[in-house]
Design a binder for this molecule. Structure first.
Ligand code: CDP
Length: 224
């Protein structure tokens, strides 16, 4: 059982991380961003020039080390002791992360790290990713699958990244998200799918506070 886990999954740019952070704040839980760990491993590989197969990558991740470190109420990605929260958002990481995240050995290592991290916070975690409700914490009492239209997701991601809102910029972001969605949904191991018992929330026309409120309410009901 994972009594204190709220699982939020969904495609790229659906607002999982921002939503998970706000839900965690409202409930006094920690925010656990699984994508940040896949991104930090990818950054380690890019900087070390490691061949892209599973076992050497896990060896590299352990030795650098790549880790999530609990700072205040959220887990921050670190590589060799350095905070890489900003670096993991670089386009070179976006371009590579889905291929690295498709390797079973990498996923096993990340999943162990996520389960160990969740045990570190006394009140529990709001974890977000692609397979949190299906694989990492299948017993989580609250599971949400966030979606939004591709156009809306590209718009939100551009705003978040501070990139332009010109049509060209939006199309570029939209095609990056679409490429990662296809890779994440089509892979053999832990593909992006809603858990059978997840609440699917289409946020295309929802305000941010409204979507946070829906999840907080689901959690309060489940934990009551
Ligand atoms: O850009 P976005 O916030 O949507 O992605 P992310 O959550 O930072 O995750 C980056 C990439 O890591 C995804 O495109 C997936 O390839 C991979 N990932 C995964 O496979 N499983 C997870 N639980 C989380 C992320």
């Amino acid at each position: 059982m994972s009594p204190r886990v709220i699982a939020i999954d969904g495609p790229a740019g659906s607002g999982k991380s921002t939503t998970a952070r706000a839900v965690a704040e409202r409930l006094g839980l920690a925010h656990l961003d699984s994508g940040a760990l896949y991104r930090a491993v990818t950054l380690g590989v890019l900087d070390a020039g490691t061949p892209e197969s599973g076992d050497p990558i896990v060896g590299l991740a352990r030795s650098l080390p790549v880790r999530l470190s609990l700072v205040g109420e959220s887990f921050r990605p670190e590589v060799a002791g350095v905070d890489v929260s900003q670096a993991v958002r670089e386009p070179r990481v976006n371009a590579k992360v889905s291929a690295i995240a498709a390797l079973p050995a990498v996923r096993d290592w990340v999943n162990d790290e996520l389960r160990a991290a969740a045990d570190l916070h006394p009140r529990g975690v709001v974890a977000d990713g692609r397979d949190i409700g299906t694989v990492v914490f299948p017993d989580a009492p609250v599971k949400v699958f966030l979606t939004a239209s591709p156009q809306e997701r590209a718009k939100r991601r551009s705003l978040q990244a501070g990139s332009g809102s010109a049509a060209d910029d939006l199309l570029r972001v939209q095609s990056d998200l679409a490429r990662r969605d296809a890779a994440d949904s089509g892979r053999k191991v832990a593909p992006l799918v809603p858990a059978a018992d997840a609440v699917v929330l289409d946020t295309t026309k929802m305000g941010f506070e409204e979507q946070v409120g829906v999840i907080v309410k689901l959690a309060r009901n489940a934990f009551a």
